[in-house]
Design a protein around this ligand. Sequence first.
Ligand code: NAD
Length: 437
Amino acid sequence: MKITMIGTGYVGLVSGACFADFGHTVTCVDKDESKIAAIRGGKMPIYEPGLDGLVAGNVAAGRLGFTTDLAEGVKGADAIFIAVGTPSRRGDGHADLTYVYAAAQEIAEALDGPAVIVTKSTVPVGTGDEVERIMREARPDLEVAAVSNPEFLREGAAIEDFKRPDRIVVGTDDPRATAVMRQIYRPLYLNEAPLLFTSRRTAELIKYAANAFLATKITFINEMADLCEAVGAEVKDVARGIGLDNRIGSKFLHAGPGYGGSCFPKDTLALIKTGQDYDSPIRIVEAVAQVNDNRKRAMGRKVIRALGGEARGRKVAMLGLTFKPNTDDMRDAPSLAIVQALEDAGADICAYDPEGMEAAAALMPKVTMVSDPYAAAAGADVLVLVTEWDVFRALDLKKIAGLMTAPILVDLRNIYPAAEASAAGFTLYRVGGVDAA
Ligand code: NAD
């Protein structure tokens, strides 16, 4: 199959490279010239484990190409995927569909034959109808099917997720589009692909329902963590105790500083907006978004409490800035709100993150970025573990304690057992633990 990917970001680049790896011929298009130039020069615009090798191999094999020329890119394509951003619209939280509709318009004008237009971006119910309308209006001469195919990959494990997804959701009732989509995804499976065909509107909603459910699960355990602190219980054991029940499952039950990233915050807001627009409010998700929003700044207050209530002029060392490990994505990362809360209280912040510092520096200009965890800890009054990167899981705590003015650790990911921290001389504050403040 000949596939074109419009938008070469986290989703477009990974999906394009994986489709090429399965033998399809793929052209990735992006209007960002510097991005395309960098990729062509062998430099990935994002950090994603394994991506550079996957891209290089498929470019060398002649199956994967990159261009800024959309018209050139869509020529002769069996399927054209739209994988552009759908950020929150300023002001009302609705998904901003400007990029999706602009891409659809450009594709329509450039088409040179019948095509299947596949929306991979996360878009609210009804967006596919509008994409179809744009296509029909611009090109009444062509047979065009608009399909929904939401993406479920996780940054940091994107290649594995794309190649071995739990399910592939395809929303269409068009027989030709159904056949094309089967053909595109068939190589991913030796036996039958876990393809779930639904109506287009249903497929669009599945993506939001999935993300809202996961955000709810995280927020649920975070509120349980607060209750654990209040009553003297241990949230890790609560999570294990409920997670071993197969009906609940153990994933997404890690208490922490609140969810962030490029998807959960904006997708929960967009779903809330859709619910309100259709007079069918989703009150659980409304509560989740509100609780999570408050939580991130509350983590800043937790650090201030660990400092004895006064942060002015104190030095805070932060380990991890990205919203999760193995990505450089800083979009809506909890660290942003934590830094803001601490800076508002007069603290000086020094931080280290293995991949996120370049993106973070632009968003938190007053934070001093350093080259390793030990440099961050030097002279600090408190150490805050924000993102659970592997390199932070086995730090030499004794050495770090010796570098600090006072060995206080606020472990927002519950990595370090109380015994280990106190053996190294630390006063430990955790999330949802009996030893927490
Ligand atoms: P991104 O911002 O990393 O990439 C989008 C790219 O599209 C940018 O490089 C931009 O320059 C390009 N673009 C925009 N308009 C264009 C046009 N008209 N022509 C060509 N290129 C254009 O975004 P992302 O993180 O890859 O997300 C894309 C979509 O996938 C969003 O809807 C998101 O919600 C969804 N999604 C993201 C993830 C994730 O983990 N990042 C996972 C699942 C779904």
